[in-house]
Design a protein around this ligand. Structure first.
Ligand code: PEP
Ligand code: MG
Length: 570
């Protein structure tokens, strides 16, 4: 048995098909003169052109592409046309006499490292796009056949180190019933595509996966994140029954799309989604999401060489507002810094970037940038139900300063005779312990709170959320974290303001009843998680949730809390 992360639920049983990647390495060969450099630049430009044409051709000629597939191909077309990669390679050829192969490998590796180190799973996963286009250009540079059509039969389980976007897009889902990869996370491409195509998948299984051979019998349990190779008859029978039961359960989830998220005794909660752009919205509504609990605006600022101007930002927010069709969208103002860097923004090198110049701290310091974003959001607010949310608030003064810059932005728009929603709701993220502990004070200043457990957990426990060595200490069920959550929700209720949660804990089925019992009113998560959470809410009562909450708050360790929550989940 091997363990990984189940990223697209389901169980499948099938035969292994191994996809092996050819390693491309640096050649170390240096160019001799200008003439050789010119040839290399020409070869490189041709390879980029051919790669662009190949992707365009996949995009235009495949009838079975999903919206996710198309979004990936569009991102890749944008990256291929991005001067940063092209100029970087040409610069290396010209000034370091590198051949095109080596120059490209070095530039791609540099970008991949930047993205992989970002403090945001979504942005980390973009590294895969860059690797994928790098491989495509390399294949074209070296003149090898770019067609990676695989030959496999029905009931195939793909086993790979990682699946690139091109691999996943070209998977034949009539034949592939699941896949497992050595690397990857919940937001890697392979995971996103698996969820979109409804294929069970387990990622991050580690290097043990290489022991699997073609045609081995594999049970893939993506619910538990487990993989069994060549199981005995007993296990096979057990899993055949489990798979049937799961298929029935999944069919039930599909019927919940339009069912309200109300407990059996009438407590209503709102289930919304976390998104990064307009292309994520279709998935939100397909899964029955009632709006957007967190629009991360960082995407708008990445992959470019200067800050987007007010008009460009306005177009982005307007598109989201319009396509949300009147449903609420919480727009979080820019959350850069920490290790979310912008290549064109000269952030200082810091000893402790997570405790440094980031998010609202940058915005209050760089009023020009903040005011531009606020004006753009305000202008878009007449096209839908937009709300504004400030991240990383740690004291009341920051809220007051941010609100005063917002008031100035409104005044400027009035002067310019541009319409906006003057009564736009303003909230803050509760993700710093000082904000959670003073929730009673902060609640008087804003219309809503949204709890960011990803950061709240790392700051409360002093555990870096990106550090793999200490992931076992990163624990949202720690009684210290739970007390903070309970206090924030209680203070929200007392002060009559809305409290939601947009950290990953909102999508953890083990936490659903506990948070409902605490009185959490909105759960915002990745769209695909919504039906599972809804299913728990509609099958339980508020009375039971309150009892679960009471019992949990009497426990002294997360081990007891988790054991209890697992027991009641059955
Ligand atoms: C959080 O901290 O919980 C959160 C939702 O914000 P991010 O993951 O973007 O830091
Ligand atoms: Mg955060």
């Amino acid at each position: 048995m091997m363990k990984g992360i189940g990223v697209s639920q389901g169980i499948s049983i099938g035969r292994a098909f191994i996809i092996q990647k050819k390693e491309v390495t640096l050649t170390g060969v240096l160019l001799n003169d200008q003439a050789e450099m010119r040839i290399e630049i020409e070869r490189f430009n041709k390879a980029v052109g051919n790669s662009l044409r190949e992707i365009e051709s996949i995009k235009n000629n495949s009838s079975s592409l999903s919206d996710d597939d198309k979004a990936i191909l569009e991102t890749q077309i944008e990256l291929l046309s991005d001067p940063e990669i092209k100029d970087g390679v040409i610069e290396k050829i010209e000034s370091e006499q590198k051949n095109a192969n080596d120059a490209l490998l070095e530039v791609i590796t540099g970008f991949v490292q930047i993205f992989e180190n970002m403090d945001n799973e979504y942005m980390c996963a973009r590294a895969t796009d860059i690797k994928d286009i790098g491989n495509r250009i390399l294949k074209n540079l070296n003149g090898s056949n770019t067609s990676n059509k695989q030959v496999y039969g029905p009931n195939t389980i793909i086993i790979a180190e990682d699946l690139s976007p091109s691999d996943t897009i070209t998977l034949d889902i009539k034949l592939v019933t699941g896949f497992a990869t050595q690397v990857g996370s919940r937001t890697s491409h392979a995971a996103i595509i698996a969820r979109a195509k409804g294929i069970p998948a387990v990622v991050g299984c580690g290097s043990g996966l290489i022991s699997i051979k073609n045609n081995d019998l594999v049970i893939l349990d993506a619910i538990k994140g487990e993989l069994y190779i060549n199981p005995d008859d007993n296990l096979l029978n057990e899993y055949t029954i489990k798979r049937e039961a799961y298929i029935k359960y999944a069919d039930t989830l599909k019927t919940l799309k339009d069912v309200p998220a109300t407990t059996t005794d009438g407590m209503q909660v709102t289930l919304t989604a976390n998104i990064s752009g307009v292309e994520d919205l279709a998935d939100v509504f397909d899964n029955g999401g009632e709006g957007v609990g967190l629009l991360r605006t960082e995407m708008l600022f990445m992959n470019r060489d200067s800050f987007p101007a007010e008009d460009e930002q306005f177009e982005f927010y307007k598109k989201v507002a319009l396509q949300a069709k009147g449903k609420p969208v919480i727009v979080r103002t820019i959350d850069i810094g920490g290790d979310k860097n912008l290549p064109y923004f000269d952030l200082p090198v810091e000893q402790n970037p997570f405790l440094g110049y980031r998010a609202i701290r940058i915005c209050l310091d760089r009023k020009d940038l903040f005011s531009t974003q606020l004006k753009a959001i305000l202008r878009a607010s007449v096209f839908g139900d937009l709300k504004i949310m400030f991240p990383m608030i740690s004291n009341i003064q920051e809220i007051r300063s941010a609100k005063s810059i917002l008031a100035e932005a409104k005044a400027k728009l009035l002067q310019e005779n541009i319409s906006f929603n003057a009564a736009i709701k303003v909230g803050i993220m509760i993700e710093v312990p000082s904000a959670a502990i003073t929730a009673d004070l902060l609640a008087k200043e804003v219309d809503f709170f949204s709890i960011g457990t990803n950061d709240l957990c790392q700051y409360t426990l002093a555990v870096d959320r990106m550090n793999e060595k200490i992931t076992h200490l990163y624990d949202p069920f720690n009684p210290g974290v739970l007390r903070l959550l309970s206090f924030v929700i209680e203070q929200g209720q007392k002060n009559d303001i809305h409290v939601g949660m947009c950290g990953e804990m909102a999508s953890d089925p083990l936490a659903t009843l506990l948070l409902t019992g605490m009185g959490l009113k909105e759960f915002s998560m990745s769209a695909a998680a919504i039906p599972t959470i809804k299913n728990i809410i509609i099958n339980n009562s508020e009375i039971k949730a309150k009892q679960v909450y009471k019992n949990v708050m009497e426990m002294d360790s997360s081990e007891s809390v988790l054991a209890y929550l697992k027991e009641i989940a059955g």
